[in-house]
Write a protein that binds this ligand. Structure first.
Ligand code: ZN
Ligand code: ZN
Ligand code: FE
Length: 754
């Protein structure tokens, strides 16, 4: 008999996701012999058998891969190996192997959901999982990824589970968290000093409580959630108030996609993203049916689909199609993971708690994404995304990146990979800073990482920078907006000179001023600040972030003088007169008024000018409201600006004020302002192209979370013949800074410039 042998190289997301057992089973089903192993590039398969079987194997492979895996490339070549006597999984010889073994958490799969209806030891068992699904990063304490090194360690497998675990042909072969109702963890409901242990009771009581408009604390995958009925305005309001989150919309979980579509607009890519195994919260445009109490003046709401077995079980009982499901924490603190802490501290918010007896080791928040120009854009990278590595063409080994401050996320370099931490949060919050330091320790242990170089933000006051300085190892500082653009470049595999347009709220500049409307000409190793938004005084420094009207006042005084304010008091009609004169004095006498070129502050000022948001209750509220308002308009009109030594918006403000006086629709003014910024990115890019012949534009910075801005900047620049790069898998906000920091440090080291 004539045996044929082939070598198949599979690249993509293929490690730590049950890929090798899958290949084993597929080979077995096709009567093939050979081997499968992980290597640095992905998975290497050698198969030997009859021609038809081999053809079938190669044909079936791509369409039946485990859900959490993804194939980027599949190379097949004919080889001439020895004869095999069986098909086996062989241990990899490569050193960096251990790095890629930490898989992110995976939403429960269809097969497991079916098992929960059919398998006698898994009927309604809420911890059902297999090699294709279940908890990973959240339960792992150390490598190699084996059960004793996870928080499943205290649970001894029963015989049935053990059999599945050891049978290579079983879907649960080597599924470390494998469990059933006889041997695994269990939920418990605590309500008014009573405890309920039976899952059926828990589900009935829980759904009853939610329908009775109670608030519940529910232990999730990466931390606690607070849940309530989204269709009762009073309850939603109460939860928001108690959570100290008055102005900000809360995320919802819907029972299924059909229900989502009744309340929100969902396009194809958004649907794909909602149903992705990572199950992020997806920002979707609301339909009329969504109450104002949920959307709070914005036109978007964060929506997710069930991802834990418990979610599915609960929706089977619930008579409402959605739940508010927001992170279980008090205002800015990290999400709570500990049962006792949750019961104690969420007590003031929740009427009942649902806990389970498996520990969460690594805290993760729900990840958040939106879709722009048909591409998903992650803006909070946590559950099910971290700690997936980012592959680079550099040697990143030993580089620790401290990240930024407000939306912190740190990173480590391993081999040629960069591993970003899960979303950490605002380091100014003490508990969050503790979480930061603890996570750095955990990453160091988990990934056998010892830093020999640390890279941090130029900002001397960032806690992440101070922490880096305290490490007493070789340290380099990177300018914030250079890091933003570098982050975008690494994600897009760029290592050359580009036009970098970095628009955001705050970043420390090389001149000590607050930057944020930055037009750079840069590569990874260096940047030139080609131009920037005009410097404006930021009265009170950071305090101005909460009071957009202060920036309006500052812009108006800067361009038109103090007398203009007296003649146009109506622009500040809901602001106290004393406050106006106090802040005016600060501006005139230059007291505590750092200079800023921030794009975020410009959006703040315009938002205040249009009466959209004069005081903000949460980060970026004013620009978000301005964007929502602009979406109501289709106007193509735009205002003027002047590109000179810097970029001046004087004429833009003049024209907006005339429009306001002529009672032009504010939505049209908001949109025209957006169009102005979009036009500006094009004009300045054209200038750079004519001067430097650079045709690639990288867009990054928190302002590109603005969908109007991102989509239209991309489109307009493309129409002008530019190649445009933006962020998708990595946040364009400060959560992406660590990636850029490592890339810059790695490049400088490669060039011998450190
Ligand atoms: Zn499964
Ligand atoms: Zn069992
Ligand atoms: Fe930033």
């Amino acid at each position: 008999m004539n045996l044929i042998s082939k070598e198949i190289l599979v690249k993509g997301l293929v490690q730590g996701v049950g890929f090798r057992p899958f290949i084993y089973r597929l080979a077995h089903a096709n009567n093939l012999l050979g081997t499968v192993e992980n290597n640095n590039l992905g998975v290497r398969i050698v198969i030997q058998g009859k021609e038809n079987d081999i053809i079938n194997f190669i044909e079936v492979l791509p369409s039946s891969i485990p859900e959490a895996s993804h194939i980027n490339q599949l190379e097949v070549k004919t080889i001439n190996p020895n004869k095999f006597s069986d098909f086996s999984i062989i241990k990899s010889k490569s050193l960096s192997q251990e790095v890629t073994e930490v898989s992110p958490d995976i939403a429960v799969c269809i097969n497991c959901l079916e098992d929960m209806e059919k398998q006698s030891n898994r009927i309604n068992y809420a911890f059902t999982n297999c090699t294709n699904c279940g908890p990973r990063f959240t339960i792992i304490k150390d490598l190699p990824y084996d059960r004793p090194k996870t928080t499943m360690a205290p649970f001894i497998m029963c015989n049935e589970c053990q059999q599945e675990y050891s049978n290579i042909l079983d879907r649960r072969f080597h599924a470390q968290p494998v469990a059933c109702s006889n041997c695994g963890p269990h939920y418990k409901l605590i309500y008014k000093d009573k405890e309920f242990q039976k899952i059926e009771d828990i589900l009935i009581i829980t759904s009853k409580l939610i329908q009775e408009n109670k608030i519940l604390a529910i232990k999730g995958l990466g931390g606690f959630h607070l849940a309530c009925n989204p269709f009762d305005n009073e309850t939603v309001k109460k939860l928001r108030l108690k959570k100290n989150r008055e102005g900000k919309p809360l995320a919802l979980m819907f029972s299924n996609i059909k229900e989502v579509q009744k309340y929100l607009y969902v396009n194809e890519e958004e649907k794909r993203l909602l149903e992705d195994w990572r199950r992020p919260i997806v920002l979707l445009k609301t339909k009329e049916q969504i109450s104002e109490q949920l959307s709070l003046g914005l036109d978007k709401l964060g929506i997710m689909l069930p991802y834990m077995p418990f979610h599915y079980l609960l929706f089977k009982k619930l008579k409402i199609p959605a739940l508010v499901l927001t992170s279980g924490n008090l205002s800015d603190e990290p999400i709570i993971i500990d049962n006792d802490v949750a019961i104690k501290s969420l007590d003031i918010i929740a009427d009942a708690s649902i806990i389970y007896n498996r520990e969460i080791h690594n805290r993760t928040d729900d990840s958040v994404a939106f879709v722009a120009n048909n591409k998903s854009r992650i803006i909070r990278r946590s559950r099910s995304y971290a700690p997936s590595p980012i592959h680079t063409n550099f040697n990143t080994e030993g580089i620790f990146a401290a990240g930024a401050e407000l939306v912190n996320c740190f990173g480590i370099g391993k081999g040629s990979q960069i591993i970003l931490s899960q979303h950490i949060g605002d380091l100014k919050n003490m508990e969050t800073f503790e979480f930061y330091k603890e996570s750095i320790q955990r990453f160091s242990n988990l990934f056998r990482f010892k830093p020999d170089m640390v890279v941090s933000d130029l900002h001397p006051e960032y806690l992440s920078s101070k922490y880096s300085d305290s490490l007493n190892i070789k340290s380099i500082k990177v300018q914030h907006h250079h890091a933003h653009i570098a982050s975008c470049m690494v994600e897009n595999n760029l290592d050359e000179k580009v036009i970098g347009i970095s628009l955001d709220g705050t970043g420390y500049g090389t001149d000590g001023n607050i930057w944020g409307g930055e037009i750079l000409v840069c590569n990874l190793e260096d940047f030139e600040r080609f131009n920037h938004f005009e410097y404006i005084k930021q009265p009170g420094g950071d305090a101005a972030n909460h009071h957009p009207w202060r920036m309006l006042l500052s812009y108006l005084i800067h361009y038109f003088g103090s007398s203009f304010i007296n003649e146009n008091k109506n622009l500040f009609d809901d602001i106290n007169n004393d406050e106006i004169s106090l802040v005016s004095t600060m501006i005139e006498k230059d007291l505590n008024c750092p200079l800023t070129s921030s794009a975020g502050r410009l959006f703040d000022a315009v938002s205040a000018l249009l009466g959209v948001c004069k005081n903000s209750t949460y980060h970026a509220e004013a620009p978000m409201r301005l964007e929502a308002l602009a979406r109501k308009s289709n106007t193509k009109s735009k205002y003027t600006f002047k590109i000179d030594q810097d970029i001046s918006f004087k004429s833009c403000f003049e024209e907006m004020i005339v429009d306001l006086k002529n009672n032009r629709e504010v939505s049209d003014i908001a949109k025209a302002f957006h169009n102005t910024i979009i036009d500006l990115t094009k004009e300045v890019s054209l200038l750079i192209r004519s001067k430097y012949s650079i045709n690639k534009v990288a867009l990054s910075g928190g302002s590109f979370q603005n969908k109007i801005l991102l989509e239209n900047c991309e489109n307009t620049l493309k129409e002008s013949g530019f190649e445009v790069f933006s962020q998708s898998d990595i946040p364009s906000n400060d959560g992406g800074i660590a990636l850029g920091q490592i890339a810059i440090a790695a490049k400088l080291r490669e060039l011998g410039r450190l």
